[in-house]
Design a protein around this ligand. Structure first.
Ligand code: AHR
Length: 325
């Protein structure tokens, strides 16, 4: 009971400290123990990527000595913040957080920091102008999303068979770090090529069905589209469905390019319906364990523990489909 009250006070203090911008620079320590109460606050479970990420944490729990508390915010940033509040109240030792959006999740990081809980951001980041690795949270574990977008653009430039590219872009969740960065990486490269025009760019919220619906609408406004860049594979598959329904030929008269490396995307590449997917791995459990143990052992963790991504095309998709999710 006393612990619960102390945690509640800490949560309130976190909000106050956040408002005043006053926080100590030293990160909270994490003592060596046999078992750790670990929080993993997932944002949603509406696609294979998220399910694979959550499974990776569950699969790692035993070997890393984690008593895992895993939640699912069902696509709501407000619920994700509340889930973190609840984990703090339950006395977690460490928090792994994939923040759904950059700004709304800042309070969750601040509250965990004020409660003395070392926090690792996994796969997505929060607003870097407000919270900093090494001060408010230990480190960000994840891919270089700008580079992913850049690599998709470069592959497209090398492999698009036509002279003039008319591009529709399906963006991820508005305000999320992968949507912001994958857009920047791709758009910046395309802006340097006069024969490439992005005629429409709209969010499909990283979801297959919304990607399909958005693509259906955009196809009516831009029937001349010949390249679709989706910020993730689920939206790419949705776009392929919309294109086929409209009588178009993905992989024939429309080049579809994307990011993640899901099983369905690799199959679409093998079937000739998609050109490329740049990998964005969801398997964070082992890296989370390793980084946490380095922290426990007193190592200074680099602010960004970078994940290296492969690229999947017709040349290698069949070799990797069995390991895909
Ligand atoms: O943050 C990574 C992105 O989030 C993945 O590309 C996407 O599939 C997921 O929902």
């Amino acid at each position: 009971m006393t612990t619960r009250i102390a945690r509640t006070i800490a949560i309130a203090a976190g909000a106050a400290l956040f408002a005043s911008g006053v926080l100590a620079a030293d990160l909270p320590p994490l003592a060596k123990k046999d078992r750790y109460k670990v929080g993993f606050a997932q944002m949603e479970s509406n696609n294979p990527w998220r399910i694979a990420e959550t499974k990776s944490f569950h699969d790692t729990a035993d070997t890393c000595g984690w008593d895992l508390i895993a939640t699912d915010a069902a696509g709501s940033a407000a619920k994700q913040v509340a889930d973190v509040d609840s984990m703090i109240a339950q006395g977690i030792d460490v928090l792994f957080l994939p923040p759904r959006e950059e700004k709304p999740l800042v309070p969750a990081v601040m509250k965990a920091r004020a409660a003395g809980i070392p926090t690792f951001l996994v796969d997505r980041s929060v607003d870097p102008n407000v919270v900093k690795a090494g001060t408010h949270f230990v480190a960000f574990l994840g891919s270089d999303f700008v580079d992913q977008g850049r690599r998709v653009a470069e592959w497209t430039l090398e492999n698009f068979p036509g002279d003039t590219g008319i591009i529709v872009e399906l963006e991820g969740t508005t305000g999320s770090s992968p949507a912001n960065d994958r857009k920047k990486g791709f758009d910046d490269v395309m802006a340097m090529h006069d024969n490439m025009t992005i005629v429409a760019s709209q969010s499909g919220d990283f979801a297959r069905d919304l990607g399909r619906q958005v693509m259906e609408t955009l196809l009516q406004a831009h029937p001349e589209v010949n390249i679709v860049y989706a910020h993730n594979d689920e939206m790419a598959i949705g776009a392929i469905q919309a294109l086929e329904l409209a009588g178009r030929k993905p992989g024939g008269d429309v080049l579809v390019v994307s990011i993640d490396g899901t099983r369905d995307a690799l199959q679409a590449i093998i079937d000739g319906k998609m050109g490329v997917t740049v990998e964005s791995s969801p398997f964070f459990g082992p890296l989370a364990c390793e980084t946490m143990m380095r922290y426990v052992n007193g190592e200074t963790i680099e602010p960004w523990v970078k994940v290296e991504d492969r690229i999947f095309t017709k040349a290698n998709a069949a070799d990797h489909i069995d390991e895909a999710y």
